[in-house]
Ligand binder design. Structure first.
Ligand code: AOF
Ligand code: ZN
Length: 333
């Protein structure tokens, strides 16, 4: 591992502290490292391994960005070292006035020698302008250190801004013989499901699930916000129960996702039923899928969706009950 990778890894580790509160902003971490120069006994100049003199991450949407927090953490007696220091940021420093002023300007004013960036910010108001501003000011900029890891960290943010749709997660529970119409989850896996709901901005069900299960789709077994609820139906006679807090979606998968994008939804959890899941799988517009496999055969009447172009990445046991995690298999031509 190179020195740059080592400090970028620390930036990623810091960024993850923002998982719960940074949404809909990305998780970002920053590390400030002073590389002192020394003259050895035989007169050679060497550069130190580096000493971390500041760290920060984006804690909460609306508040200071990672770079601001990292700069604020530098001790006054170390301030003069910034001109010999490198700042490692997992995402390109911003160049726009949002809820806070541009981080690129802050880095220029602090006089950093070098800036190492994990990946470019896909947000339309930034998209390389932060990098350009740093370079224009004479800061040495390196982009793309641990790039894949930095992109994966903010998969939802990257998908939302890059593909103009929410990150789509499918989730269902099926019996040992492959049916979904029965009570399958255990109290433990139900809690896991509610935790997953709390991590999503919106949740979507089909008309049939809405009518037959009257689902609450809340997070009562976990803490955190309830996701916004959507139901899809193209039937003109369908009327939403005025007491329910669902919003209706119409159209096919691409049109629904465009509407959700316009609503600012970055993460969508699809909770069924089978037909709705199948339409997402068939359209190829999904990212992650969790399948709980029950212990018993139930000889039900609604078959589980058929998942394909999928790669199994995890099999987790919750007190003996298995939940499989798949991601969409990216076919490269
Ligand atoms: C950074 N460092 O730590 C984060 C960045 O509304 P604002 O002002 O908070 O700006 C949000 C946008 O700033 C967000 O969409 C993304 O492009 C960038 N996030 N940038 O330099 C950070 N969180
Ligand atoms: Zn910023």
């Amino acid at each position: 591992m190179t020195t740059d990778e080592k400090y970028m890894m620390r930036a990623i580790q810091l960024a993850k502290n923002g998982r719960q509160n940074s949404q809909p902003n990305p998780m970002v971490g920053a590390v400030i490292v002073y590389f002192g120069q020394r003259t050895t006994d035989n007169g050679q100049r060497t550069v130190d391994e580096g000493r971390i003199i500041g760290e920060g991450y984006h804690v909460r949407c609306g508040e200071g960005h990672a770079e601001v927090n990292a700069c604020a953490s530098v001790r006054p007696e170390d301030e003069h070292l910034l001109r010999e220091s490198t700042i490692y940021v997992s995402l390109e420093p911003c160049s726009h006035y949002g809820k806070t002023p541009p981080c690129a300007d802050l880095l220029v004013s602090k006089g950093f020698k070098r800036c190492v960036i994990g990946c470019q910010d896909p947000f339309a108001k930034v998209q390389g302008r932060g990098i350009q501003r740093l370079r224009d000011a004479g800061i040495e900029v390196t982009v793309g250190v641990l790039e894949e890891e930095c992109k994966a960290l903010n998969k939802r943010f990257m998908t939302f801004h890059g593909e103009k749709r929410p990150l789509v997660t499918l989730k269902w529970a099926q019996s040992a013989d492959g049916f979904i119409d029965g009570h399958i989850s255990t109290p433990y896996t139900q809690m896991v499901c509610h935790k997953r709901r709390a991590e999503h901005q919106a949740i979507l069900v089909g008309r049939h699930t809405y009518d037959t299960d009257n689902p609450s789709l809340n997070t009562r077994e976990w803490y955190g916000k309830n996701p916004k609820k959507y139901v899809v139906s193209n039937d003109p006679s369908f009327v939403i129960n005025p007491d329910s807090v669902f919003e209706r979606l119409v159209g096919n998968v691409p049109t629904m996702l465009t509407k959700l994008y316009e609503d600012g939804i970055q993460t969508l959890l699809v909770e069924g039923g089978s037909k709705l899941h199948q339409s997402f799988i068939d359209s190829g517009l999904w990212d992650e899928c969790y399948v709980e496999i029950g212990d018993d055969a139930i000889k039900g009447s609604v078959s589980a969706p058929i998942l394909y172009n999928a790669k199994l990445v995890e099999r987790t046991s919750y007190m003996g009950r298995i939940i499989e995690k798949y991601i969409k298999h990216r076919v490269s031509n």
